[in-house]
Design a protein around this ligand. Structure first.
Ligand SMILES: Nc1ncnc2c1ncn2[C@@H]1O[C@H](COP(=O)(O)OP(=O)(O)OP(=O)(O)O)[C@@H](O)[C@H]1O
Ligand SMILES: [Mg+2]
Length: 271
């Protein structure tokens, strides 16, 4: 199976550099032989069927799962390095479902992103308050600063969690299915925001989603991951479903295997 690798035309060190990565979970190989370079300002979508290893890959980038083989460097450091700490913002699907029992305001949640070992006890730090204000404005949540997060919609919660990442000054933002459970208008606003963060703030974004139509519309680059990278290229050159089957070595479009794959992808990806 071939993967199409985006040409490495940029000179600076990649924000993420993955080489020959293989990760096991419960003794079994879940992803293998992954090679990927992501540069500053890139907006990359990772798509693929359920169980294909997308979340496993993100958790590996975050340094939460150990590689069986290969390496991951973030900002030219091992992902476990303390120099990487604070440079990565993580937005999980669970962000839209924050427990209703947690009684904190949007502003307090975002302020948590500015806590570091150095400033933990300096409650009146003006720099931190400024970062919080700026982050809230960037995601359009300044009007809800004093709202309890339990009263927000799913889309608003996602934006608040993104603001927390921005307040921490994260340069790399990693999102795992942030579009699940939010309405169309919130989804569009969120995608516009992420696009702006790449274009205007130079943030680097990696986002897992099943919403292929939204990914096609917004991101610059698409990676199709199923155990390994099956496609990596510009969004507008991403193949249609028949092309995908072909890419995965299922050349007979009428075979049971191809039909079953196509329906699995179709079910899981909203075209
Ligand atoms: N904690 C775990 N222990 C063992 N195996 C796991 C664990 N979590 C996931 N897996 C397995 O790893 C494989 C990849 O799972 P992963 O969650 O990374 O896929 P995914 O592409 O994110 O799927 P989805 O689209 O459903 O979120 C699956 O076969 C899954 O059963
Ligand atoms: Mg997942």
């Amino acid at each position: 199976m071939e993967s199409v690798v985006v040409q490495d035309s940029k000179q600076e060190a990649p924000v993420i550099h993955v080489e020959d990565l293989t990760v096991f979970r419960s003794g079994k190989s879940v992803i293998h032989d992954i090679n990927l370079k992501v540069f500053k300002g890139d907006f990359v979508a990772i798509v693929g069927p359920n169980g294909g290893g997308k979340s496993t890959f993100l958790l590996s980038i975050l340094g939460l799962l150990r590689a069986q083989k290969g390496s991951i460097r973030i900002f030219d450091q091992p992902s476990s390095s303390k120099h990487v700490f604070g440079k990565i913002g993580w937005v999980s699907q669970a962000a839209a479902h924050l427990s209703k029992d947690v009684k904190i305001t949007v502003q307090e949640l975002v302020r948590l992103g500015t806590v570091s070992v150095q400033n933990m006890f300096s409650f009146l730090d003006n720099g931190r308050s400024e970062s919080v204000q700026k982050a809230l404005q960037m995601v359009g949540m300044d009007c809800c600063a004093d709202c309890n997060i339990a009263h927000l919609s799913g889309g608003q919660r996602q934006r608040a969690v993104i603001a927390r990442a921005l307040a921490s000054n994260a340069e790399l933002i990693i999102l795992d299915e942030p579009l699940v459970g939010i309405d169309r208008a919130s989804k569009n606003a969120l995608l516009k925001l992420l696009n702006r963060l790449c274009q205007e703030e130079g943030k680097t974004i990696i986002m897992v989603s099943h919403d292929l139509a939204a990914m096609r519309q917004t991101t610059h680059r698409l990676v199709f991951l199923e155990e390994t990278i099956q496609f990596d290229g510009k969004t507008d050159s991403f193949p249609d479903l028949a092309g995908l089957a072909d890419l995965r070595g299922l050349n007979d479009a009428q075979s049971d295997e191809t039909q079953s794959l196509m329906s699995r992808i179709r079910d899981k990806m909203v075209e």
